[in-house]
Ligand binder design. Structure first.
Ligand code: PMT
Length: 233
């Protein structure tokens, strides 16, 4: 039987892509399938955690035992996360951890068209983009007790992996960061959509390369580390 070392712990997980509307029929998004985030949710539930999953549009069913909130855009994902964190704090049982696996769109279209954009003459339309809120950084900078004691991010990099991930960890203020290579040339292919992932774990000490493994195994390894984190001392 799986160890129940996360029993009574509450964890917020983001997963999947976000979808940013251009007009009623078009959008900006990415290739995240949600597999990595959902595998983490399953592994956390298996160790006894209570999990709130905030998910962008994916084809996966809600993992048994988790509570799921479906969202479309980055702004909706942020609002759902803030509400879940605030509600838990109000109940006197704040979230113990937040894990941001979602591939949040960095940009959205400045002004969405309420009507389908039509071809006009020879000129294609110019899309003006604005930056989306950073959900991981927002969570990591919340005041206590909304800010969970353990905030975990992912970094999807195609080049200069380690330096970029270390800078990202510092900038966003998370405690742990799981770097994955998402270039098409990565061993096993890009982590987006694949069944396997090759992680370099960045925690308080030196970077720790994990072997390439199934996304389920990544989830189990992360959940076991969280069990050890919360039960240390
Ligand atoms: O869903 P799968 O097909 O299984 O693929 C898994 C994955 C490759 C999507 C996943 O393992 C992964 O790497 N997720 C993070 C993808 C990403 O957007 O990385 P990033 O380096 O752009 O962002 C860094 C961190 O900030 C991430 O934790 C991300 O969730 C978070 N972020 C980014 C932008 C933003 N506006 N808000 C955020 O919270």
């Amino acid at each position: 039987a799986t160890e129940q070392d996360l029993k009574g712990r509450r964890v917020l997980v983001t997963a999947g892509p976000t979808v940013e509307a251009i007009d009623p029929v078009r959008f900006i998004s990415n290739h995240s399938s949600g597999k990595q985030g959902y595998a983490i949710v399953q592994a956390l539930v298996a160790r006894g955690a209570e999990v709130v999953l905030v998910s962008g549009p994916v084809a996966l069913p809600c993992p048994a035992g988790a509570t799921r909130m479906m969202v479309q855009s980055a702004q909706e994902m942020l609002t759902a996360c803030q509400q879940a964190l605030a509600a838990a704090a109000r109940e006197g049982r704040p979230m113990d951890a937040a894990i941001c696996t979602a591939a949040v769109s960095d940009w959205r279209v400045k002004s969405q068209s309420g009507r389908k954009i039509k071809k006009q003459g020879q000129q294609p339309p110019a899309l003006e983009l604005v930056e989306n809120p950073d959900i991981l950084a927002t969570i990591a900078h919340l005041p206590s007790p909304e800010r969970p004691p353990l905030v975990v991010g992912f970094a999807a990099e195609t080049h200069d992996h380690l330096a970029a991930a270390q800078a990202k960890k510092a900038r966003k203020g998370c405690d742990w960061l799981l770097l994955n290579d998402v270039s098409p040339q990565a061993p096993g292919g890009s982590a987006f959509g694949a069944d396997t992932n090759k992680i370099v774990f960045l925690g308080p000490s030196a970077p720790q390369p994990w072997p390439s493994m199934g996304k389920d195994s990544v989830g189990q390894r992360l959940a076991a580390m969280m069990g050890a984190f919360f039960n240390a001392g």
